[in-house]
Ligand binder design. Structure first.
Ligand SMILES: Nc1nc2c(ncn2[C@@H]2O[C@H](COP(=O)(O)OP(=O)(O)OP(=O)(O)O)[C@@H](O)[C@H]2O)c(=O)[nH]1
Ligand SMILES: [Zn+2]
Length: 368
């Protein structure tokens, strides 16, 4: 009887692996926030047990080429509670993965813009929204500095953005307005914060994380807050057990999407395509006949602008892949195809712009 009891306990211990979330990566070390700090099963010295361990990666993971990213759910082996150390033995399957910034299991993007100072630039906002939509994650749009606008102006923005297909949160970090609602939206989720410079992201993070909120531990506290290199992703721990990734790399989004998929990142276009179809299945919604997306919705001009950018990006990629081929993406009656471009030197006079561009490229190459 006694024996059976003992073996049951053994079984429980064996089937309850120590699981946590990687909150910071630096060189070959990983800070892992534990799921259930102080749980009796895994931590004999519960009251003083740390809520995070500084971990290395097991050699067999390295051999498998298994990368460990911030946000990863990991199984920890051989915890050394007194020393606050452990080893990552397994990476659990990822729910999502962003590459730039490298972060696993993010569930939503908190997109922060300011209503003023700097003025809200609708085209720039569209660009960030499209970039955010392309991740497939949920988007929480937050418009800060509402203290600088009149009620009527805020009402107008709300109306306008509703037509875009978004329900923004209007906040003022300075006046503490709306920060609670942001906090609720971040609860128990991994969120990536993004937005242009100067809109109040740092101020918002400071509001969301009171001084005592960062419970990962003294040392890791310094680790998380101290470093600000572009490659370093920080996961701030929120009082509501959510994690917030601050991403220097996300501030200037490169569009990074194909011309064909662009429309699917505009709620207005998606809505039109849900109830009707264009004549051509690969319609780029520019000048093709019987296009259901082209129309007088406000952001259609943004769509066209971003489409140009996406096409230019693709042409550049094609040229990089094969410098010999001088191709240009042409669209004819809904069909996209590459056509040889005229040789610049022989047949065309270089425009001042391309001349300047190649000059800049030369400078860049010289620097590299
Ligand atoms: N009027 C007003 N100003 C604010 C508000 N929130 C932040 N600011 C100011 O906006 C400026 C920029 O704020 P930051 O928090 O540094 O902005 P950021 O987005 O982190 O900027 P980067 O670090 O460049 O990415 C600061 O001078 C803040 O004091 C607000 O709610 N209202
Ligand atoms: Zn179309």
């Amino acid at each position: 009887m006694n024996d059976l009891h003992n073996s049951e306990i053994q079984l429980i211990e064996d089937t309850s692996p120590l699981v946590g979330t990687v909150v910071a990566v630096q060189a070959n070390y990983y800070w892992v926030r534990l799921d259930a700090p102080g749980s009796e099963l895994t931590t004999p010295s519960a009251p003083s047990a740390p809520s995070a361990l500084l971990c290395t990666r097991r050699a067999r993971l390295k051999k498998l080429g298994q990368q460990v990213m911030v946000g990863d759910r990991v199984v920890i082996e051989e915890p050394d509670w007194a020393g606050g150390r452990g080893a990552i033995g397994e990476v659990l399957p990822r729910q999502s993965q962003l590459d730039r910034p490298a972060i696993a299991n993010a569930q939503q993007i908190l997109l922060v813009f300011a209503l003023a100072e700097p003025d809200l630039d609708p085209y720039q906002l569209s660009k960030f929204l499209v970039k955010a939509e392309s991740t497939g994650l949920e988007i929480c749009l937050c418009l800060n500095k509402s203290d600088l606008l009149s009620t009527q102006q805020i009402h107008n923005w709300r109306d306008r953005l509703n037509h875009w297909g978004y329900q923004p949160l209007f906040i003022s970090v300075h006046q503490g307005v709306g920060v609670d609602r942001v906090s609720q939206r971040l609860q128990a989720k991994i969120t990536v914060i993004a937005g242009p410079s100067g809109v109040g992201k740092s101020s918002l993070i400071n509001m969301l994380i009171p001084e005592a909120g960062l419970r990962v531990g003294e040392v890791s506290g310094k680790l998380l807050r101290g470093r600000h290199t572009t490659r370093h992703v920080e996961l701030f721990e929120l009082p509501t057990r959510g994690l917030l990734a601050d991403t220097p790399g996300f501030n200037q989004p490169d569009l990074d999407c194909t011309p064909e998929e662009l429309a699917s990142y505009f709620p207005e276009a998606k809505q039109r395509l849900a109830v009707a179809s264009c004549q051509f299945s690969d319609c780029l919604h520019r000048d093709e006949p019987n296009c259901v997306v082209r129309g007088d919705w406000e952001r259609y001009q943004h769509y066209l602008g971003l489409l140009e950018e996406a096409i230019a990006d693709r042409e550049q990629l094609a040229r990089q892949a094969n410098p010999e081929s001088n191709v240009k993406l042409k669209t004819k009656r809904g069909k996209s195809q590459y056509e040889p471009k005229l040789e610049t030197k022989k047949y065309r006079r270089q425009s001042r712009r391309t001349q300047q561009q190649s000059l800049q490229e030369l400078y860049r190459e010289a620097e590299e």
